[in-house]
Ligand binder design. Structure first.
Ligand code: Z5A
Length: 214
């Protein structure tokens, strides 16, 4: 489906174990079934450079990484992804479904690590070209539930080793962003079954899919 229009950007956000990867698979299938020409990607990552950055920031051995370097690395991955993948796809009329985007930097590096919001928004304008998603699906879940789900997955990465207070700040930051931008955010009850979460997501993007502005 490309009527010569710019494509749309949909992002998935949430805390650890919220079910983004699970939802992504279902939502991808739903959008493709609507004949939407879709690019699926993730952050940090999505390009060769970005995946190398991902390895660096998630490697538990890099425990000396400071908060400022972490923030810049997230935006290094994003700068590459926006220019190499997302912008060309949108310009060609393709849709992009991205597992995390700039809201994650506001939540994790801002809320979680205490990095100043004005620094993050400056980077958003410069490194990410001020690009904002058309719709952001926020999977909201109590921290304890998300952590219990994620615990079954084996060894924790460098960010997952943080304590509950860190993840509570992240949840709060995400929810505040959703309140501040209700036209863009759809807050999903991620404690529901996977099918019910998908149904909420499908409802959340239905206006966009129907060609109605969000
Ligand atoms: N990060 C950052 O700090 N700053 C940034 O700017 C960006 C990222 C972009 C990598 O992200 C890390 O990078 C992440 C934030 C940071 N660090 N942390 N923590 P990621 O998205 O790749 O990794 P993640 O946040 O750790 O996601 P995740 O833990 O892999 O979870 P998920 O994808 O949201 O969940 P899932 O794999 O779909 O589900 C987890 C488990 O729950 C699994 O066993 C499922 O079968 C189960 N599940 C899923 N849905 C349900 C429902 N509805 N009910 C019951 N069980 C379910």
């Amino acid at each position: 489906m490309n009527h010569g229009q710019r494509g749309r950007l949909i992002t998935l956000e949430g805390g650890e174990g919220a079910g983004k990867s699970t939802l992504l698979r279902g939502l991808e299938a739903h959008l493709r079934a609507q004949d939407i020409d879709l690019v699926v990607t993730r952050e940090p990552g999505g390009t060769a450079v970005g995946e190398a950055v991902r390895g660096m920031v998630l490697d538990a051995a890099n425990n000396e990484l400071c908060a400022e370097a972490e923030l810049l690395l997230m935006f290094a991955s994003r700068a590459q992804l926006v220019r190499q993948v997302i912008e060309p796809a949108l310009a060609a009329g393709r849709w992009v479904l991205c597992d995390r985007f700039t809201d994650a930097s506001y939540a994790y590096q801002g809320g979680g690590r205490g990095q100043p919001v004005d620094r993050i928004s400056g980077l958003e304008q410069w490194a990410a070209l001020g690009l904002r998603p058309d719709i952001t699906l926020l999977l909201d879940l109590p921290v304890s539930e998300g952590r219990a789900r994620a615990a079954g997955r084996g060894e924790a990465d460098r960010i997952e080793v943080e304590g509950d207070a860190f993840f509570e700040r992240i949840r709060r930051a995400y929810r505040e962003r959703a309140v501040g931008d209700p036209g863009r955010f759809r807050v999903l009850d991620a404690s529901a079954t996977p099918d019910a979460v998908l149904a909420q997501a499908v409802a959340g993007v239905s206006g966009l899919v129907a060609g109605v502005s969000p």
